[in-house]
Write a protein that binds this ligand. Structure first.
Ligand SMILES: [Cu+2]
Length: 149
């Protein structure tokens, strides 16, 4: 009797947890690998979590960079190349990863203040006009990432 009650309670809370997460459009695990070469672009990665409806990430901005683009790395017969993306689809309830070797942000001219702080504040702009502010951890070369990779 007790066991059944416990199992029921556990499954109910699991259901609530997964339901709640699927409702909200958000992003996390944002990391920037700072380029060791001045003038070269740095690469940005994060997890994009979909909300209730299908949307696309249509832009990323920051007050403290010169330029930021969305890119995708592709491999053709062992040759790696990058292409600029106009948007990144984020389907409802799904997680889209910006990660090395795939979709990523390319960032030019990160300000000294952000570098010193170790965080870059950026705004994600979605096709449904949602805007989400997120702090990306700036990781210098040779430093371990503070978040799991
Ligand atoms: Cu790129």
């Amino acid at each position: 009797m007790n066991k059944i009650a416990t199992i029921f309670a556990a499954s109910t809370s699991l259901l609530l947890a997964s339901c709640g997460q699927g409702d909200v459009l958000y992003a996390d695990n944002a990391v920037i690998n700072l380029s060791p070469v001045e003038g070269n672009p740095s690469a940005g990665y994060m997890d994009l979590h979909g909300g209730r409806v299908d949307v696309s990430l249509v832009g990323v901005t920051s007050d403290d960079v010169l330029r930021m683009e969305m890119h995708e790395t592709t491999e053709d017969n062992g040759v790696m190349s990058m292409a600029k993306l106009k948007s990144i689809p984020v389907p409802a309830g799904e997680t889209v990863k910006l990660e090395p070797g795939g979709k990523h942000l390319m960032i030019w001219g990160i300000g000294e203040g952000s570098k010193k702080r170790g965080l870059l504040t950026m705004t994600l702009i979605y096709s449904n006009d949602d805007r989400i502010k997120i702090d990306a951890v700036i990781k210098k070369v040779g430093e371990a990432a503070p978040t799991a990779e």
